[in-house]
Design a protein around this ligand. Sequence first.
Ligand code: V47
Ligand code: SF4
Length: 356
Amino acid sequence: MSLRSIEKKIEDGRRLSPDDAVHLFKTDDIFTLGRLADKAARRSSGDRVFFIRNRHINPTNICVNRCRFCAFSRSAKEDGAYEMSLEEITKKASSGSAVEEFHIVGGLHPDWPFEFYMDMLNKLRRRFPAVHIKAFTAVEIDYLSSLSGLGLKKTISLLMEAGLGSMPGGGAEIFSPRVRKKICPEKIPGRRWLTVMRAAHKAGLKTNATMLYGHVETVEDRVNHLLRLRTLQDETKGFNAFIPLAFQPKNTEMGIDSFTSGIDDLKTIAVSRLFLDNFPHIKAYWIMLGEKVSQVALSFGADDIDGTVVEEKIAHMAGGTSGEALEKDALVNLIRKTGKIPVERDSLYNIIKEYA
Ligand code: V47
Ligand code: SF4
């Protein structure tokens, strides 16, 4: 197999095989890889790059799972553990500039009942009727369904009635059981993550998907992860965006010191764009990639850069060095400087404003 034969396959509109993706990950020719991925991104998004005015809210960092790569979580009585009241969550939601979306994820709290989450959604929806609520990873949804005791389908439908608008893509990590055992032994298996997403999609929720890379996984593990996402997407068409999450190593139990390389970041974006031919969007999450690598990623297949974020804990507690927030104008400039057209979107990728 050669890069040329893969290029020919892409030109002919044929789907890449897992072996093709492994080959792309292993190539040193990042210029060809980038060119192919850029072409694929342009086919669907042209010169447009999406962003959103959003705010992250992490209601608690207390978590029963304690994944080894996670510097954000704490046990209940540990230093630095926190839990927000409903009033504090609402206060957080109302501070700062107006946003289009709340992105709400947190730890699996050992004591909060299902009603707490329902109250949170109801309260936010009543107070901010125009703001889309994107909340709860598939891992949290699984946990909420065990709290409610009502099963996935009913739990998801209750959450939707209370205001849940879509779901973020976290918790996927790497699906391989061998890797999961090393990095997050307490977390639900990859197949359960996929089952939750299937149930969400069938209920009419759009979701994202992620992959945590740059720790102990192999290139083959990454490709297997992507393959399972592509297969589910063929079935449900429920994923909006794929977001590769670059592992941030500080204050974690992984025993790894180094951050991912810029080359690996760009390759991962590019291979994702080419292999996930049924995903509408590939996101270069500026918080984890940094502003500069994210800018370059926009020429390597990414067509989304996430949002204003306002306050970020998960990457920053693990040594993330980007800022925690970017104002809308800064995001517009960041995209503009790459020669692309910034497009403000809502959570479901409807266009709000094009900054031509
Ligand atoms: O599930 C935890 C990851 C995720 C680390 O869907 C880490 O639009 C890197 O999923 N280094 C939460 N990653 C973040 C997430 C996300 C972010 C932005 C947008 C969207 C979206 C989703 O962060 C967790 C976990 O996979 N994570 N610790 C770490 N040390
Ligand atoms: Fe808990 Fe999520 Fe952190 Fe794992 S990644 S410890 S599930 S907050």
